[in-house]
Design a protein around this ligand. Structure first.
Ligand SMILES: Nc1nc2c(c(=O)[nH]1)N[C@H]1C(S)=C(S)[C@@H](COP(=O)(O)OP(=O)(O)OC[C@H]3O[C@@H](n4cnc5c(=O)[nH]c(N)nc54)[C@H](O)[C@@H]3O)O[C@H]1N2
Ligand SMILES: Nc1nc2c(c(=O)[nH]1)N[C@H]1C(S)=C(S)[C@@H](COP(=O)(O)OP(=O)(O)OC[C@H]3O[C@@H](n4cnc5c(=O)[nH]c(N)nc54)[C@H](O)[C@@H]3O)O[C@H]1N2
Ligand code: SF4
Ligand SMILES: [Mo]
Length: 888
């Protein structure tokens, strides 16, 4: 049996250690690494399904030029020539890179060095612009450098954890489970500030359903309250900070009373007071924030409003205390360290300081080093649209889906003269590539990532590179060599790149930059191979050091003091109005990762939420005339989309939520990107992805269909379709506004390729019902298509079980096919709640009815909730609902 390889999960910023093992048949199994300090052996539903995402279906296996397969030499020569020619004709500002937190630090480092050092332009930006830019800007304003002072242990050593705009239960599940475990032990209080009652908000001690965009007011009110109560650390403020008076004066004017805050934030004054009292009285307080804070037109101010409260109480960098920005992507932090943002240079040095620019230029031996920031993501695509940027290289991100105003981004990709895309699979973005470069994916890549708590870990390969696939660092350095920069990009291994990156962080660094990993500048190949997860900083010759930063009150500003930033609550950049009356927010669901390129392939990850759904409050739905399961049309000023309606009182009246995940490869038109606004925060350039005014209407659906098939197809011509991976193939949901007879004709085209003699068909014209089924050579189910008027489709669970079983059909089953119904009744497990053990809502219901009165008892009976724990909140809700029912 092959040995287990120690690597890191490629999903969220928790950065869990993973042990991967390849079996003799090539299948890969994973388990949590018990020795990794981030997760101590735990994995969430996504992490534990990693082994199921590694098939070669859809993989890019060779370079392509204009859609035809090409060799590496030809593709690399062309990329280098087009970039060089464009720069020669139009200057360095006419090219750009758009990169990603999916890249490893070594990939990121060479991409940044090529653009900023040798092309001599700042035009390299990253999808972290959509993710962490406001935190970066807020940290730099307050601390002078982009530092996250705390560690995950602070979650466990705190007495109060305030989660702001963070659905930690679903988005950082293993960290959340650590918090819950600590709560059981020490009685930690958890407060959640989120407009929606998320899974995180379901299980907390205080839930504040804040009016979207008003977090500055809430935290200004807190600062004013701390002043009024005298709950300040006056010594700390005097010794270690600047700007206290200006910030508190503005906060007091902005948020003079609890009543005013409650009114502005749409909250119950008693809840606001409770939060303030808890905060004032609890030294060990951690305030955790992510996209509800960052993705806002006022994101940077939100970050500083939070940090101000921690500075005022001296609660930074000490056990159980601190503001804590949890990062999204596996290597969002590594990208920030190398300078992957257009307004950063490298190794936490910026463009403000000409000495720093010279220093980086000297270190790289790069005479052309960029002297000014480049274009940030939204502006970069705008420049591609209007011809200022003529050659664009996209690596490891899917902007045709994930950028705001995505239709405009697609138009920009079409308009741009030369578009290169490096990706692992085909995506909505690769369709626009002039040159497509097949990159190594997780399990093949080799390098480092940094998680939310500044811990550097290794991603290690355990599978060979398939086809002609190459790692990103290799692709980038090959292009650099061909552009004439061979000497500066002469690396044989990722370890060599890492050493240089470490050396740059320490270069002429007398302690002014906290990001210093000079202690690793001489790491040899063996130590790099065996590298154990470590926090930075790791200075040369410093030996043991504290894991937290700024605990001594010293900050990387010129005078060593942290800065209060005076902020004021601004009105919404884009208020709702009569034409677009609903405030739409977008974000994540439990088992999907971004544009679904990996998690969308795993049946058990699709089962929790198989269709794209817009969540709205029943009162709004009633006013619009929408019922559960209807198809809604959602329109903003930028674009439109369609999704199924999910009614929930977790959503407040006047607000709606759409997941960001469903790309054009998974649904006709259900992406959040085209609806979202490109309005950005003035300091960070981060777009306001959490708020856009929309209107919602009911689509008059006349027919619905479902196609269960082994084939991977892309339906066209339908008003709506979406698909979910199921065991053995795919299930396509179809819906249309045309009369049902027309729907039948349209849907029937999907099985046109099936040989006539294979296809069994049944038509009931009077009721507009159509059914078709086909078996393959071995007599196994290959296709089943059911079409019926709205609401009249039979259950599909039986057909799905036939596809999953892969066994030849019995004659009884074959005869039953056209009824669409099982020949013998089978109990349905219902919608899957526990993705780890594939346990459905009906099974849990039955277990509760049978006497299970706690989440633990359900776990003992069905195993549900006993692995990653992400579904425990939902199970608890079901037990609670049953108890209330019984009491009525
Ligand atoms: N399952 C899963 N996990 C993931 C990811 C994934 O795709 N899937 N992606 C990873 C990445 S890259 C990221 S960046 C993180 C994101 O992790 P999170 O930030 O936790 O996730 P989101 O769902 O984007 O947004 C969080 C919450 O912000 C709330 N919100 C909206 N507007 C406001 C507001 O004005 N104020 C406040 N206080 N809250 C508001 C939303 O209702 C939402 O519940 O998740 C990471 N983890
Ligand atoms: N409306 C709305 N939009 C959002 C958000 C939101 O909340 N709402 N959130 C934003 C946030 S926080 C984020 S982080 C972004 C994420 O948005 P994207 O970055 O577009 O999302 P992914 O699906 O993670 O895309 C990563 C791509 O990289 C490829 N890939 C994976 N590993 C590698 C690799 O090693 N090398 C290469 N070359 N390719 C690789 C994958 O196949 C995939 O196509 O979305 C943003 N967009
Ligand atoms: S919490 Fe889940 S997605 Fe995040 S790193 Fe850990 S296993 Fe991966
Ligand atoms: Mo993100």
């Amino acid at each position: 049996m092959a040995a287990e390889v120690r690597t890191t999960c490629p999903y969220c910023g928790v950065g869990c250690g993973v042990l991967a093992k390849v079996a003799a048949d090539g299948s890969v199994s994973v388990r949590g690494d018990p020795d990794h300090p981030a997760n101590a052996g735990k994995l969430c539903s996504k992490g534990s399904a990693l082994g199921e995402t590694l098939g070669l279906d859809g993989r890019l296996l060779s370079p392509e030029i204009g859609g035809r397969a090409a060799g590496w030499d030809e593709a690399l020569d062309l990329v280098a020539k087009k970039f060089s020619d464009t720069i020669a004709a139009h200057g360095p500002d006419s090219v750009g890179f758009y990169v990603s937190g999916q890249l490893l630090t070594e990939d990121y480092y060479v991409a940044n060095k090529l653009m900023k050092g040798f092309i001599g332009c700042g035009n390299i930006d990253t999808n972290s612009r959509l993710c962490m830019a406001s935190s970066v800007a807020g940290h730099r304003r307050a601390f002078g450098e982009d530092i996250v002072p705390g560690t995950y242990e602070d979650f466990e050593e705190a007495d109060l954890v305030v989660l702001v705009g963070s659905n930690t239960a679903w988005c950082h599940p293993v960290l959340y489970q650590r918090l819950l475990a600590a709560r059981t032990k020490r009685g930690t209080r958890i407060a959640v500030v989120d407009p929606r009652r998320t899974a995180t908000g379901e299980d907390c001690d205080l839930f504040l359903p804040i009016r979207p965009g008003t977090d500055v007011l809430l935290f200004n009110g807190l600062l004013a309250h701390l002043v009024r109560r005298g709950a300040l650390d006056a010594d700390y403020i005097a010794a270690h900070t600047n700007g206290f008076d200006a910030a508190t004066t503005l906060a007091a004017a902005d948020a003079p009373t609890v009543a005013r805050v409650a009114e502005g934030c749409g909250l119950d004054p008693a809840d606001v007071r409770r939060l303030y009292d808890w905060f004032a009285a609890t030294p060990r307080t951690v305030t955790v924030y992510s996209q509800g804070v960052n993705q806002s037109a006022h994101g940077t101010d939100k970050v500083n409003a939070i940090i101000n409260c921690h500075l005022a109480t001296g609660r930074i960098g000490k056990p159980g205390m601190g503001p804590f920005s949890v990062t999204g992507q596996p290597n969002a932090m590594g990208g920030r360290e190398v300078g992957g943002l257009a307004n950063q240079l490298a190794a936490h040095m910026g463009f403000e300081d000409s000495a720093a620019i010279d220093r980086v230029g000297r270190f790289w031996n790069a005479p052309a080093v960029a002297r000014k920031p480049g274009l940030k993501a939204v502006d970069l695509f705008e420049a591609a649209a209007d011809g200022r940027v003529r050659a664009l290289w996209i690596m490891g991100t899917n902007p045709a889906v994930s950028m705001p105003d995505a239709a405009r981004v697609r138009a920009a990709l079409k308009a741009c003269d030369f578009v290169v895309v490096s990706d692992v699979v085909r995506t909505d973005t690769t369709r626009f590539a002039d040159v497509l470069l097949p990159a190594a994916g997780w399990g093949e890549k080799d390098g480092t990532v940094t998680n939310s708590e500044r811990r550097i870990s290794r991603q290690r390969p355990f599978a060979p590179l398939p086809g002609d696939v190459r790692p990103d660092w290799w692709i980038i350095t090959e292009v650099a060599r061909r552009m004439g920069f061979a000497e500066a990009f002469d690396y044989a291994t990722p370890a060599a790149i890492f050493r240089e990156h470490a050396a740059l962080s320490a270069f002429e660094n007398d302690g002014a930059r906290l990001f210093d990993i000079g202690g690793l500048a001489d790491i040899d190949d063996d130590d790099y191979a065996g590298f154990q997860p470590m926090h930075w900083p790791l200075r040369a010759g410093r030996g043991a050091r504290a894991d937290r930063l700024a605990g001594d009150g010293k900050f990387p500003t010129p005078d060593g003091r942290a800065r209060f930033v005076a902020v004021r609550q601004e009105g919404p950049a884009l208020p709702v109005d009569g034409a677009f009356p609903i405030a739409l927010t977008t974000g994540r669901i439990r088992d999907q990762w971004h544009t679904m390129t990996r998690t969308g392939l795993v049946p058990r990850l699709m089962a929790h939420a198989p269709e794209p759904a817009i969540e709205i409050n029943p009162a709004d739905a009633a006013a619009i005339g929408l019922r559960e399961g209807d198809l809604a049309r959602v329109e903003s000023r930028y674009g439109s989309g369609r999704a199924k309606v999910r009614l929930t009182d977790a959503q407040r009246i006047g607000q709606a939520f759409l997941p960001m995940h469903w790309s054009g490869r998974f649904a006709a038109n259900a992406a959040a990107g085209p609806l979202s606004t490109p309005v950005t925060d003035p300091f960070s350039g981060q777009p306001e992805l959490k708020h856009v005014p929309v209107r919602i209407a009911r689509e008059p659906v006349h027919w619905e269909g479902v196609l269960i098939t082994r084939r991977d197809i892309r339906p066209t011509g339908f008003v709506h379709w979406s698909r979910a991976a199921v065991a053995g193939g795919w299930a396509y949901e179809l819906a249309g506004t045309e009369p049902a007879e027309q729907g039948i004709l349209l849907a029937r085209r999907l099985v046109d390729v099936v040989p006539r003699d294979r296809l069994l068909e049944y038509t009931d014209r009077r009721h507009s019902i159509f059914r078709a089924a086909a078996t393959d050579d071995d007599g196994r189910l290959a296709e089943a298509l059911l079409v019926a008027p709205r609401g009249a489709l039979p259950e599909r669970e039986w057909l799905l079980s036939l596809l999953a079983s892969g066994a030849p059909l019995s004659s009884l089953e074959r005869r039953a096919l056209l009824s669409g119904r099982a020949p013998v009744a089978m109990p349905s497990i219902g919608r899957v709640v526990c993705a780890c053990f594939n346990v459905g809502v009906n099974q849990i219901d039955r277990a509760i009815a049978g006497g299970c009165a706690s989440v633990e008892e359900v776990g003992r009976t069905l195993s549900a909730g006993t692995n990653c724990g992400s579904c425990r909140v939902e199970i608890r809700g079901m037990i609670e609902a049953r108890r209330l029912q019984a009491a009525e």
